[in-house]
Ligand binder design. Structure first.
Ligand SMILES: Nc1ccc(F)c(C(=O)c2c[nH]c3ncc(Cl)cc23)c1F
Ligand SMILES: [Fe+3]
Length: 296
């Protein structure tokens, strides 16, 4: 009998401006929810035409971008360039340093550019690795569909189905779970890992029968570390399915010192990141004289 994880707290994602005219609903990385290792930030973003995230640096973390609708172009100073579309993901390891732009694709069909961006801390030993990208196309993501439940196994394992391996350095599970009204699912999560569920659509009931919590859209339910499973149900009377992105990650036993996109383990290392970025050194050499095409 697996122990069901209790709920630690439910947070409302607060909408704010970010980048150049983009809007994000941030639920991790706010004053209410920091120190949630290895997670640094979770943004549910909406990038209108003309808005975006023009040229900017990163050091010391991994970003995972999951596109729900529309498209996002990315281009960096190492010559990497690509587009992610609905259901695609991009795993970017900034490591010692990257400068890139992330801009909306002008959609012929007018689809809104909406997705999630999760920032994951890198272990101290990997803070200065070479940057790398790994796109994961929607068609590479196994889908488990049974009894009114559809799970996209983006990273990790669900109902005995494994995802593509080694997408990020820091071990994370990402499962896009859709439950129809009157149905439910029990999902295993690695014990001891930090875990949350962000409700993208509808509303869900989380927890054991008789002790369930209603979690509404744009809310993030954070679980206790104890327990092997989470239970998610949608009320039979609900108007439509509930959709939750379940994420779990191994906590890193290290200090987090963050200033925007520079995430290191000491104040001195953050100062050094600024100096390296402004001085085009120690990983930021290619930033000298570089401008993206897409961010202009
Ligand atoms: N201010 C600031 C500073 C540093 C950044 F890296 C960013 C940034 O690039 C993003 C922050 N949320 C995001 N959601 C989606 C996408 Cl595609 C990008 C971002 C940013 F906005
Ligand atoms: Fe970025």
């Amino acid at each position: 009998m697996s122990l069901s994880r209790a709920i630690r707290k439910v947070f409302l994602a607060v909408e704010q401006s970010e980048g150049a005219g983009a809007r994000v609903r941030r639920s991790i990385g706010t004053p209410q929810l920091r120190n949630f290792s290895p997670f640094l930030m979770l943004d549910h973003f909406h990038i209108a035409p003309g808005a975006g995230f023009p040229d900017h640096p990163h050091r010391g973390q991994e970003t995972i971008t999951y596109l729900i609708s529309g498209g996002v172009d990315h281009e960096d100073f190492a010559g990497n360039r690509g587009t992610i579309g609905p259901g695609d993901l991009q795993f970017m390891t900034a490591g010692r340093g990257i400068v890139h732009a992330e801009m909306p694709v002008q959609n012929a069909d007018g689809a809104e550019n909406i997705g999630l961006q999760l920032w994951v801390d890198l272990p101290k030993a990997l803070k200065m690795v070479e940057p790398r990208y790994r796109d994961l196309k929607a068609e590479e993501v196994p889908v488990v569909e049974k009894d009114g439940v559809k799970i996209k196994v983006i990273s990790g394992r669900s109902q005995g189905v494994d995802s593509v391996k080694d997408l990020a350095y820091t071990p994370v599970w990402i499962l896009d779970v859709e439950v129809k009204p009157g149905r439910s699912v029990v999902q295993e999560l690695p014990e001891g890992w930090n875990a949350f569920g962000y409700v993208l659509e509808g509303e869900v009931l989380v927890g054991d029968k008789g002790a369930q919590t209603v979690v509404e859209r744009f809310h993030n339910v954070v679980f206790e570390q104890e327990g092997q499973v989470v239970k998610i149900e949608v009320d039979a009377g609900a108007e439509g399915p509930g959709r939750v992105v379940l994420v779990a990650g191994t906590p890193l036993d290290q200090k987090v010192v963050q200033y925007g996109p520079f995430v290191l383990n000491s104040q001195e290392e953050v100062y050094q990141a600024f100096e390296d970025y402004q001085g085009f050194k120690n990983g930021f050499e290619r930033a000298k004289g570089w401008e993206s095409e897409i961010g202009k």
